[in-house]
Ligand binder design. Sequence first.
Ligand SMILES: [Cu+2]
Length: 99
Amino acid sequence: MAMTDLSFGVRGNCGMCKNAIEKAANSVDGLARANWNVDKKKIDVSFDGTKTDAMSIHKAIPASGYDTENVEGNEAYSSLPGCCQYEHEMMQNQSGETN
Ligand SMILES: [Cu+2]
């Protein structure tokens, strides 16, 4: 069985983020391996290309509250622990507006 390897950016801050991001990726059918690096803000995944594709993984991760480099903006983010929302709060402060 041929595995496809892929690496892409996912926003997150801490070990709790790492667990949630990897769990979300692993929930995709056909996913063989997921490893998110907190320093690089990148996830490495291996998956069975006959069962899933890159876009399905990009969509599965934001469903848990974490944005990827291709998919962002989701309801789940606001229910994450405060430590995990740091980067979004910074963006709001820079704009000087509240939602
Ligand atoms: Cu976190």
